[in-house]
Write a protein that binds this ligand. Structure first.
Ligand SMILES: Nc1nc2c(ncn2[C@@H]2O[C@H](COP(=O)(O)OP(=O)(O)OP(=O)(O)O)[C@@H](O)[C@H]2O)c(=O)[nH]1
Ligand SMILES: [Mg+2]
Length: 436
């Protein structure tokens, strides 16, 4: 999916692969924990010495391998790499089936010894069949601190503060419990003094391990839901210049995304949004750019914002997008111009680092309109805004547009193109500086 950024930025390759995409339908069979584990247990060997079950050197080596630290994930796209989590009932069913199929080590003639060897191996196998997938999950679900801040924000917005860590913590606690109970029973079985005792201890041990897993298995299913939710999120490609439409609710952002998009924009759902967010593409001179809207912002304190608004702030805070801020001064959208002025001022002052363009929408509904020509710039924002002036014509340099009459749309497209070229130069610059 990821192409070399320099090639794309120089316009050498059409950027068709560098689009917003969803992961729907993707699977990652390579990471299937059960498959990995199956391979592993069939190669295990066991020793029973002085009446105790002992892991072999091979097992110790495997243990060390399993204990390697989680890999670090620095760029965006971590959700698409999450392991496939199996439903807990399937993990349990498969673990029980496989454990029961484990036979004693060949060559043990004594019946009692053979039975306790088989018992210890089966209990150990069950413990591992359950614990290894859990460990795989705990290791391969990245720590939030290793995630791109945008993805980290999405986790909080989608799942609620701390829920992700809580579920992973519980999965790990379940793993530890299964391991400890499994080892205890395998060792007990290995110490049996008769065939009958070994059989009893085996069946007791299997029952106990199953019970422990069954009691807490819901956390695995919670993790499965988390993985599904995160994997389904729209992916933003940081190397594609992106225009993001921001503004109060109902001001005409989505209508403008339709106008600016070359094809039919796709509707992407963040799981916590009640409605979709439009994501489209703009093609200028064979270069493909990305355009998306964000949920509308209301005039209120950050603490009172809903997740939709927080998503908008996360986009602005963490993604290198250029902004097209949309103002509706007709009073039609439900947020008064003076409230929009307050929201705009706050957002504009807060996100000074973004390339910026202003558009006053629904010009067909306004009595008089003017559209002074100014050019996109990445200079810091120095303008002192005046509410009265704003209510008449919006911020200095705003373009008046109407999707009903098509007024201003050609100029808007031209200015958006300029802005996205600047954004591309900015991204190239960042890229070059990182390579140095
Ligand atoms: N008259 C007129 N109506 C418009 C224009 N642009 C959008 N509208 C109407 O304004 C309403 C809101 O438009 P949307 O594009 O959905 O606004 P939005 O900002 O995406 O809204 P949210 O996603 O809810 O924040 C719709 O009923 C549109 O038909 C315009 O140029 N002129
Ligand atoms: Mg919209």
């Amino acid at each position: 999916m990821k192409l070399p950024s320099t090639l794309f930025l120089q316009g050498h390759v059409p950027s068709t692969a560098l689009l917003l995409s969803t992961s729907k339908g993707k699977s990652n069979a390579k990471m299937h924990p059960i498959t990995c584990f199956c391979k592993m247990i069939q190669t295990n060997s066991y020793e029973v010495a002085k009446g105790s079950y002992h892991p072999t050197a091979l097992q110790e080596k495997e243990k060390k391998l399993l204990e390697k630290p989680s890999r670090q994930i620095e760029s965006i796209g971590a959700f698409q790499k999450l392991p496939i989590v199996m439903p807990s009932i399937d993990i349990l069913g498969s673990a029980l089936r496989k454990a029961r199929r484990v036979s004693p080590t060949k060559g043990i003639v004594n019946i009692a010894k053979r039975e306790k060897n088989k018992g210890a191996k089966q209990l150990d196998a069950l413990m591992k069949e359950l614990a290894v997938p859990l460990r795989t999950y705990v290791e391969n679900f990245p720590k939030k601190t290793y995630l791109h801040p945008y993805e980290s924000s999405l986790i909080e917005l989608t799942l609620g503060d701390g829920y992700y860590e809580k579920v992973l913590g519980k999965v790990d606690a379940l793993r530890k419990r299964v391991v400890s109970v499994g080892k205890e029973h395998a060792s007990l079985c290995a110490k049996s003094t008769s065939k009958r005792e070994a059989e009893e201890r085996l069946s007791e041990g299997l029952k106990k391990i199953e019970e422990i897993f069954a009691q807490e298995r819901k956390v695995v299913d919670d993790l499965l839901v988390i993985a599904k939710t995160l994997r389904a999120m729209p992916v933003v490609n940081l190397e594609t210049p992106t225009l993001c439409l921001v503004g109060a609710p109902n001001v005409g952002k989505s209508s403008l995304v339709h106008e600016l998009s070359t094809g039919k924009p796709e509707v992407c759902n963040y799981p916590f949004t009640t409605r979709g967010i439009l994501m489209g593409h703009i093609v200028f001179n064979y270069q493909k750019f990305q355009v998306t809207d964000t949920p509308g912002l209301l005039k209120r304190h950050d603490d009172d914002r809903n997740n939709l608004e927080k998503l908008t702030l996360a986009v602005l805070s963490h993604l290198p997008t250029a902004v097209l801020y949309v103002h509706d001064l007709t009073g039609e959208c439900g947020t008064s111009p003076s409230d929009q002025f307050t929201i705009y001022k706050e957002i504009r002052e807060r996100f000074t680092g973004h390339l910026w363009l202003d558009a006053v929408s629904k010009s067909d509904l306004m009595k008089a309109s003017s559209s002074p020509v100014v050019y996109a710039t990445d200079e810091p924002y120095p303008i002192q805004l005046d509410v009265e002036k704003y209510q008449k014509s919006g911020p200095d340099g705003a373009i008046n547009v109407s999707v009903k009459t098509q007024e201003g749309l050609d100029e808007l497209k031209q200015r958006v193109h300029e802005l996205l070229n600047l954004q591309m130069a900015k991204l190239t610059n960042i890229d070059n500086n990182q390579e140095k």
